[in-house]
Design a protein around this ligand. Sequence first.
Ligand code: HEM
Length: 139
Amino acid sequence: MLWVKALHIISVICWFAALFYLPRLFVYHAMAEDETGRERFKIMERKLYRGIMTPSMIASVVFGLWLLHYFPGYLKAGWMHVKLAAVVLLLGYHFLCGHYLKLFRDDRNTGSHVYYRYFNEAPVLLLVLIVILVVVKPF
Ligand code: HEM
């Protein structure tokens, strides 16, 4: 179980590294004015999303569900319900990033760099919420 928990935490760290970095790339991509720069951002974004973000998202969910099977009682706990709801929001954020990635790839992005700066803050709030829930288990 402790091995699974360690792998869960490692995959969550990798997922969040990408969840923080990809929208940051969108901020600079939305500001880029030269064609060469834009093409470079497209490659960086695609490699980050496909190579790191999606595999670590899948690993986080698989190891999380695996952990849940060691602690079936947690399914009745209030903190776990809220954690799972936060994970659903995080998955929505992940796929929204995938949607924006396609818009940038096709040069159809209309969002400003200011919009992406705010968009970038959402996973911070979810991270703080989830870590407090799993560690403190307040209810
Ligand atoms: C389907 C998704 C997920 C499921 C089913 C799940 C389930 C679990 C379970 C059952 C535990 C063990 C809790 C304990 O031993 O007290 C755990 C631990 C943990 N989870 Fe998740 N998790 C998921 C996603 C996430 C995400 C997205 C994050 C990051 C924000 C996260 C962060 C953590 C952390 C930091 C721990 C270690 C807590 C500790 O040892 O005190 N989990 N998870």
